[in-house]
Design a protein. Structure first.
Length: 454
């Protein structure tokens, strides 16, 4: 909330520099020029893995010879037992973020907002604007800030998820590579190796899906920032922070707000509602109370005549036959205004309750996932490593534990993203913007858990 108020306060002071104003139109002309070429970087995909059958040893002597050679070279084998332990110990404990570009500071949310406003003169306050015009600009500005926040959050999260899914794929590759050696030595069947390869194939699909989500999120942010050159958009991910801010210990609706004042604050932030309320009051005062009573009785009578839903009678809209009421234009306007105002007020109050509840729920989920689920999964991974060192657990069980831990980190990352998105929605609602219900949980985009394998 403090961040949003600081941005809103600085809205009137934010102006384009002379250099930016001079550079703006030529930049727009270049972007709109079909002859201005912008090379789109090609996509790259991870190796799909091997599906060919492994040649089995011809007899027991050949199998024994292969196994002896394998034991002699296991320390040199990439992702062998020693390398496997080193790889597992090097995995991040809390996040799987790609490193930021060396020698540069990540682009903050404030910087992203300022960059986006350079191409949005319609969101600037003008000294000659009247109060309603300023209120309209403030509402549109609040919605724009929310959109930039969401895009920035999504792009940073998608970049982290791509790294995490890459780590999961690397773990499955390790299992497949070791499995191939087991088949060559005659200790595994082709069926068991095939199951291990299927685990790797599903992990590959998760990486490509994460890559697509990262591209979509990055392009959405680029559109809001006004970046049109493909090279700049491709490098945009490198300018994002390594991770989202940590989830706070507690969540607050804002300074001076409590559970009894949330709806009131959201109602006051809507300039259109305040204006419509004044108009409705004048129209109500212009109608005779007896006419109001007659109208309400006619409405009740029409509603009582409606058939029960599902009955054999044809369902028709309610009908009013009193022409004296229907031809009273002041009464008709007042009735329609009452309906519109009630719908607006009920909608804003509902938005306040839903947005605040969503903020609390996403905060609880993010806190629980990070403090409980990830910690439990990390403890399990440590126990698996100890059991592996004591020869009480197989290499593939250790790899499965590593994959589960990485997927738990992914779950925590998505929960953190959902919280900051809910925070952006709540701040925008308090500033007068509307609230779009997320419907289903945003965490439904999590990668499908990779089976543990064998």
């Amino acid at each position: 909330m403090v961040f949003f108020r600081r941005l809103a306060t600085g809205l009137a002071l934010l102006t384009l520099t002379a250099a930016q104003a001079a550079d703006g139109p030529p930049n727009a002309l270049r972007a709109a020029d079909p002859e201005q070429r912008s090379a789109t970087p090609p996509l790259s995909f991870p190796d799909m893995g091997n599906t060919a059958s492994v040649e089995l040893p011809a007899d027991a002597d050949q199998a024994r010879a292969i196994w002896q050679r394998a034991n002699q070279s296991v320390a040199e084998f990439p992702r062998g037992h020693v390398d496997l332990l080193r790889w597992e110990a090097s995995q991040p404990a809390e996040k799987g973020a790609l490193p930021a570009k060396q020698g540069s500071q990540p682009m903050s949310l404030s910087q992203a907002l300022q960059l986006s406003l350079q191409s949005r003169p319609d969101l600037f306050l003008h000294a000659d604007m009247n109060a309603p015009e300023q209120a309209e600009v403030r509402v549109r500005f609040a919605a724009h800030v929310r959109d930039v926040q969401r895009a920035w959050i999504d792009a940073a999260t998608a970049r982290q998820r791509l790294r995490l899914m890459g780590d999961v794929l690397e773990a499955t590759r390790t299992g497949s590579e070791l499995g191939q050696r087991m088949v060559k030595a005659g200790n595994w069947s082709q069926a068991r190796l095939t199951r291990e390869r299927l685990v790797q194939a599903r992990a590959w699909s998760s990486v490509v899906e994460a890559q697509a989500q990262e591209l979509i999120a990055r392009e959405r942010l680029a559109r809001l920032l006004g970046q049109w050159q493909a090279e700049d958009v491709a490098r945009l991910g490198e300018s994002l922070p390594e991770s989202l801010p940590a989830v706070p210990k507690s969540v607050s609706p804002g300074d001076g707000l409590d559970a009894t004042r949330l709806e009131s604050s959201v109602l006051r932030s809507d300039p259109a509602l305040a204006r419509d309320r004044q108009l409705a009051q004048r129209q109500f005062d212009a109608v005779n109370p007896d006419r109001w009573q007659a109208w309400n009785q006619a409405v009740d009578h029409a509603l009582q005549a409606l058939p029960e839903p599902g009955s054999t009678r044809r369902l028709e809209p309610p009908r009013i036959d009193d022409l004296s009421l229907l031809r009273d234009h002041s009464l008709a306007r007042a009735a329609q205004t009452e309906s519109d105002l009630l719908r607006q007020a009920a909608e804003r109050r509902s938005m306040a309750r839903e947005a605040w509840a969503s903020l609390q729920l996403t905060h609880a989920t993010a806190s629980h996932t990070q403090d409980v689920v990830v910690q439990l999964q990390s403890s399990l991974a440590q126990e698996s490593l100890l059991r592996y060192n004591g020869m009480l657990q197989s290499t593939w069980e250790l790899l499965a534990s590593a994959r589960e831990r990485l997927l738990a980190l992914d779950e925590a990352l998505l929960a953190r993203r959902d919280f900051w998105r809910a925070q952006a929605d709540w701040q925008a609602l308090l500033a007068g913007a509307s609230y779009a219900s997320p419907g289903t949980s945003l965490s439904s985009g999590a990668a499908t858990a990779v089976p543990a394998g064998h």
